[in-house]
Structures are given as structure tokens and as C-alpha cells.
Design a protein around this ligand. Structure first.
Ligand SMILES: Cc1cc2nc3c(=O)[nH]c(=O)nc-3n(C[C@H](O)[C@H](O)[C@H](O)COP(=O)(O)OP(=O)(O)OC[C@H]3O[C@@H](n4cnc5c(N)ncnc54)[C@H](O)[C@@H]3O)c2cc1C
Length: 386
């Protein structure tokens, strides 16, 4: 773990850099990127700046363009960006979900070929794991991968792929040995979506946005060189991706919640609705955000010490997703009509706080549903029967 002196120096360096560059940044977004997120020109040019300064993919090894920072150092950087009110974007699922799997299970050749393209922004990935009959119980997946010489031919369907309409590649799981026990015989494959045999169908969400997709594969062809971790060994690789997904932005996610809460306070003050009762409820939510912040740090502590943080992560997952819904409901209630109507002059776009309300129910299902997390707590902490 980075020591305090190193962290203080890192923070000072970030503050220096941001003093120089922050004026060129778009404003920071809320806790979660909108599901229909598209990188506009302002954010693209900010990402270019961060890329040039090596402020992207911070946890990656230096030889792949990262800084090799641990969770605490990443948190320090993220907090400094948040303090300056500017975004520190991740390069999507390629950086956050696929790269950890490539770094842990990929060959040297795969690391050298695939990682720089993520960092350069040349490859934008989506995650092709869930299927209509295989969500929580992922090992039920049925998408087939048939090995044909040096290729894998993929046929089947995936559902709920966030951002697949903006992606050019997908990392997916397919069954390459149908006779093996269900957790074996699965391969983790990286596929070029433009290569043919892939159809992307939009799914609209209750926000009105097109955030999700349905992916249909009809004899889509990937190279055997793009199987990560070896044929039929994909379950282990998938666990690394799911571990990274659960860990998420554990140490810095609270920053987005603080930002949203500050927005709500500002809006209520403008409307002259920040009375004693509203203030009391905001303080309660603020305390929960701080709880989330320190649970995140405990998770990072456990992981840094090489201990399992699965139970703490389950608690954290329930906390952050339930809290976000609570915040969305609170904003709608306290803002009244203003909280639920859309300003016509803004093309009826949702306000960020309305987005919190309408997107947060889905977050209780994403990254392992809260029922599943409660089962983990019930069995592992409370010792209840299965
Ligand atoms: C916002 C969001 C983004 C997503 N992004 C992606 C993505 O990019 N790529 C991707 O592949 N997938 C993605 N998903 C899909 C997500 O992984 C699945 O929705 C999730 O795994 C649940 O699967 P399911 O929808 O099939 O529900 P099911 O597994 O059918 O579950 C239905 C209900 O039953 C409950 N349940 C199921 N099993 C149990 C059990 N054993 N004990 C108790 N309760 C249980 C669940 O909690 C849930 O409430 C996303 C989902 C959401 C909501």
C-alpha cells in the first residue's frame, strides 16, 4: 500500500496539474455515468489531455501506460479531481472489467496487443455475459462457441449489454465444451463486433434512453488468439472480471453521491424549500454517504492485505444501490413538481436528479442483485441455513 508521504506527494502533484488544466474540463458527472452515455467533444478533448499526462488507467502497470497505483492511491487521485470539480473518466468496460482479466490470465502477446488499444481509445468494449436464461445463475449460459481450426464460431444471444451500441468489441462467455460440467467448458472470448454475424438491438429503459442492448450472434468468428485464459477455462477468467465489477469504484464512488447531494441542496435553496425537516433528512443521507465511503476503504484495506472482502463488498453493494434509490426518491419528494417534470427548454431531457430516481432501481440488480448479496450475508455472516 502506498504510504502517507507518497499519497501526500501524489495529491500535491495532481493539484498542480489540475491548476494548469482544469479550466479545459467539462463538469464532473454524478455517481454513475448515464446508461446512454456518449463521449461528447468536450469530454473527448479532456480525455486526450488526461491521456497525454498519463492520468488514465491508473492501476495498470507502467509498461502498459498506467501508473501501477493501488486502490488508495487511485482514491487520492479521484478525490483531488472531485475537489477540482472535474471528471476523471474511466475508459469504459475495457479498462475496468476486461483489463483486469487480461492482466491476470492473458498471455504476454494478448496483453501487448489488446491493452494499448483500450488506452488509446481505439477499442471500446461491452460485456457479453448475461443471457435470457442466465443472469444471476451465469453458469447456465448457452451461447455456443465451436472451435474450427484457429477460430471460434459463436452462435447465441446475450441481453442487457450496457453501451453495446457505442462499442466496437465485446468480451463474452460461450460454451465451447457442451459435455463438460457447467462451470467448465466455458471460454472467455474477445470479439470484433464489426466482423460480421453480430446484431445489436436497442432496449429502451424507463429513463427513455437507449442504454441496454440485446446482442445476437449468428456464426460470428473470433480468432483462437482472442480466447483469454485458454479454451474451456473461461469461468476462472470471468470471476476476475466479476470481482473487478463488484469492487467497482469502491473507494471513490461516494464522491459522485456527495456531488448529487450538493446539487440537491443548491436546488432546494433556490426554491426556498430547505427547511429544518428537509435539512435533517439531507444530513441523514450525508451520514450514509460517509458510511459508504468508509466501507469502501475497509474493502480496499482487506483486499490490500490479501484477505477476502466478499462479505464487505456484498454489504457495500446493497448500501450504495439502496442509498441511491433513497436519494432519488428524496429528491423527487422534496423538489415537488420541480422534481418530476422536465424543463421543455432543455428538450425534455431528464435532470441529473431525475436520472438518479429512474436509473437506481436497475443498479439494485446490476453487478449481482441485492437478493444474491443478502444471501451471501445470511450464509457467511449470520450462519443461516442455505
Ligand atoms: C443496470 C444494469 C446494467 C447491466 N449491464 C450488463 C452488461 O453490460 N452486460 C451483461 O452481460 N449484463 C448486464 N446486466 C445484466 C445483469 O448482470 C443481470 O440483470 C443480473 O445478473 C440478474 O440477472 P437477470 O436479469 O437474468 O435476473 P434473474 O437472475 O432472472 O433474477 C430475477 C430475480 O430473482 C432473484 N434471484 C435470482 N436468483 C436468486 C437466488 N438464488 N436467490 C435469491 N434471489 C434470486 C434476483 O435477485 C432477481 O430479483 C445489467 C443489468 C442491469 C440492471
Amino acid at each position: 500500500m502506498a504510504d502517507l508521504q507518497d499519497l501526500a506527494e501524489l495529491r500535491a502533484e495532481v493539484r498542480d496539474r489540475l491548476r494548469e488544466h482544469a479550466a479545459h474540463a467539462p463538469p464532473a458527472t454524478g455517481a454513475h455515468e448515464p446508461m446512454d452515455y456518449e463521449t461528447g467533444p468536450e469530454l473527448r478533448s479532456w480525455i486526450e489531455r488526461l491521456r497525454a499526462g498519463r492520468w488514465l488507467c491508473l492501476s495498470w502497470p507502467t509498461r502498459f501506460g498506467g501508473r501501477g497505483l493501488d486502490a488508495f492511491a487511485c482514491m487520492a487521485v479521484n478525490e483531488e479531481f472531485a475537489r477540482a470539480g472535474v471528471p476523471r473518466p474511466a475508459l469504459g468496460m475495457g479498462e475496468t472489467l476486461l483489463a483486469p482479466a487480461i492482466l491476470q490470465h492473458g498471455t504476454e502477446e494478448q496483453q501487448e496487443r489488446l491493452l494499448p488499444r483500450i488506452l488509446a481509445g481505439d477499442d471500446v468494449y461491452c460485456q457479453g455475459f448475461s443471457e435470457p436464461e442466465a443472469g444471476s445463475d451465469l453458469a447456465r449460459l448457452r451461447t455456443r462457441g465451436v472451435v474450427d481450426g484457429d477460430r471460434v464460431r459463436i452462435t447465441g444471444e446475450k441481453i442487457w449489454q450496457s453501451g453495446a451500441h457505442n462499442a466496437n468489441r465485446v468480451f463474452l462467455l460461450c460454451r465451447t465444451d457442451p459435455d463438460a460440467p457447467r462451470h467448465r467448458g466455458i471460454s472467455y472470448v474477445v470479439l470484433d463486433m464489426a466482423a460480421g454475424g453480430v446484431r445489436v438491438e436497442p432496449i429502451r429503459m424507463m429513463t427513455g434512453d437507449h442504454g441496454f442492448n440485446h446482442l445476437l450472434f449468428d456464426d460470428a468468428v473470433a480468432s483462437l488468439d482472442d480466447v483469454i485464459g485458454g479454451l474451456n477455462n473461461g469461468w476462472k477468467v470471468a470471476m476476475t472480471t466479476l470481482g473487478a465489477e463488484r469492487a467497482g469504484h469502491i473507494t471513490s464512488q461516494y464522491l459522485g453521491y456527495e456531488r448529487e447531494l450538493t446539487d440537491l441542496v443548491r436546488r432546494l435553496a433556490q426554491l426556498d424549500r430547505l427547511d429544518a425537516s428537509a435539512t435533517e433528512r439531507m444530513v441523514d443521507v450525508y451520514a450514509q454517504v460517509q458510511l459508504m465511503r468508509f466501507t469502501g476503504r475497509r474493502v480496499a484495506d482487506e483486499m490490500a492485505a490479501g484477505r477476502s472482502a466478499q462479505v464487505l463488498q456484498a454489504i457495500d453493494k446493497i448500501n450504495w444501490s439502496e442509498l441511491h434509490l433513497e436519494m432519488g426518491l428524496l429528491a423527487a419528494e422534496l423538489l415537488g413538481v420541480d422534481g418530476i417534470t422536465r424543463p421543455a427548454e432543455d428538450g425534455y431531457r431528464l435532470t441529473p436528479l431525475q436520472r438518479v430516481l429512474l436509473e437506481s432501481p436497475g443498479r439494485r440488480i446490476a453487478r449481482g442483485s441485492n437478493q444474491i448479496q443478502r444471501t451471501i450475508i445470511a450464509e457467511r455472516v449470520l450462519g443461516l441455513p442455505r
